[in-house]
Structures are given as C-alpha cells and as structure tokens.
Ligand binder design. Structure first.
Ligand code: C5P
Length: 249
C-alpha cells in the first residue's frame, strides 16, 4: 500500500445554506504530481466512477506549445505566448483534443511537445492566461483535475488533494510501455533523463512550482497498480463525503 499523510484537514467548500446564499461550488478532486506518475489515468477513471467532469490541465500547456510551433513563436516570447494561450480555440471531446477544429491528440502526446510545454509553463503570463479556462471546467456535479498546481493555485479549495508520485525508474518504464503500445520507439535511458529534467524544471520555477499543497495526501504509486490507486482515491473522497467535507454533490 502507498503512504498517506495529511498535514491538515481538507477545506470544505460549502457555504452556509441560507435563502440568499449562492449554491455551493461543485466539489473538486485535485490530483497533482510529476510527469508519468499515472495521474492522468487515475484522474480520468476517478471522474468516470463518480460521473464528474475531468480536466487534464497539462493538455492546455501542450496545446499552447503546439500552437507556438505552428505560429513560429519562440519559448522566450512571453507576451506572444500568453496571447496564444488566451486565444486557444480548443475543444475536448472524449479522449480527443481539437485545436482550431483539427484533431491534435497524437501530436500533443509527443515527448517534444511535453518538453516544450514544460519550458512554456514556467512563464507567469501564460499561466495567468490559462487560469480562467481551467476554472471553467468546475461544473456540477463535480470535477477531477490533474496537473502540477491544481491543489496549490487553480483549485485551492478542492475538497480532496492528492499528490501522486512514483520513482523515476517506475515512471520511465510506464512511459516507455505507453509509447511502445502506440508503436513509438523510445529509449528507456533517454526517457529517464527527460523525466528528471522536466521534474527539475517544473519544481524549480518560481511560477506555480510543482509541489504538494500543505493539505495534500501524498500517495506513492511505485508499488501499486492503477486500479489500486483509483480505489484509494475513491475511498478518500467517500471518506470526505461521510465527514461532510466532500463539497456539494
Ligand atoms: O501533465 P503533462 O505532462 O501533460 O504536462 C506537460 C507540462 O505542462 C508539464 O511538464 C508542466 O511543465 C506543465 N504543466 C504545468 N501545470 C499544470 C499542468 C502541466 O505547469 N497544471
């Protein structure tokens, strides 16, 4: 089993009920963690199990990266990149992502796009331009959001925050298998190096660095199957609901 530590109790997002009080905000489960920790698969399965909406925030940074390649905007041109982020014409349809009406799901998954996304994601203006778009995913009956700063910046009032980690060899092996299944050739050593570089960049940046929220539960998935992690997160959420801190459902 993975380790679970909770530094503080979760923050309830319900407001006191009254005739004129606005309806409570839909509950959010925030799942953050480093690249290839399995958070995307876990988050989408938890969302499906609860009938909640799902936000893969990394896809937005990847979309900005892809748009920048197409528009020939360099990673240091912060204002132009923020403009691209603000004007993204993106649609999420099941597991497909469209940019300007074109299905770019496969292009988004490339390692090149992920590394460029990480370079762009350190820019505060780009992050600010994507904030409202991410928060707009919070709709009834609830949202599961994965990324790096879901619990710290985007949804600080999330009723459950999980920080999902796994060792570098385990994550590199998972990424290697994913790519192999898609028929993409990769080297395990190069993948490990890329993951470590990306983690270092995501952790060291000043804008919304990769770090657990103080009230996040740390979950190491190195020795767990995806299904075990999913059940663990669902169990934690049900516990919150039973305690009355699971938000409005
Ligand atoms: O999660 P994924 O690997 O698709 O994200 C690509 C990159 O986007 C990450 O390496 C990270 O730099 C950035 N990102 C971020 N904040 C998020 C999600 C992703 O900075 N909430």
């Amino acid at each position: 089993m993975g380790r679970g530590t909770r530094a503080e109790s979760a923050t309830a997002n319900a407001s006191p009920a009254g005739p004129s009080s606005p309806p409570p905000a839909p509950p959010v489960i925030a799942i953050d963690g480093p690249s290839a920790s399995g958070k995307g698969t876990v988050a989408s399965r938890v969302a499906a199990a609860l009938g909640f909406h799902y936000l893969e925030s990394g896809a937005l940074y990847r979309l900005v990266a892809l748009a920048s390649l197409r528009e020939h905007v360099r990673p240091e041109e912060e204002e132009r990149l923020a403009g691209l982020a603000a004007g993204l014409r993106a649609e999420f349809s099941g597991d497909r992502v469209l940019l300007d009406g074109e299905d770019v799901s496969d292009a988004l998954r490339s390692e090149h796009c992920g590394n460029l996304a990480s370079a762009i994601a350190r820019l505060a203006a780009v992050r600010a331009a994507l904030l409202g778009r991410q928060r707009a995913f919070r709709r009834p009956p609830g949202l599961v959001a994965d990324g790096r700063d879901m619990g710290t910046v985007v949804f600080p009032d999330a009723c459950l925050k999980v920080f999902l980690t796994a060792s570098v060899p385990v994550r590199a092996e998972r990424r290697y298998k994913q790519l192999k299944d898609k028929g993409i050739r990769a080297s395990l050593a190069a993948l490990s190096r890329d993951l470590e570089e990306r983690d270092a960049r995501d952790t060291a940046r000043s804008a919304a660095p990769l770090r657990p929220a103080p009230d996040a539960i740390l979950l190491d998935s190195s020795d767990l199957t995806i299904e075990e992690v999913v059940q663990r997160v669902l169990g934690l959420y049900r516990q919150r609901v039973a305690e009355g801190t699971g938000g409005a459902v």
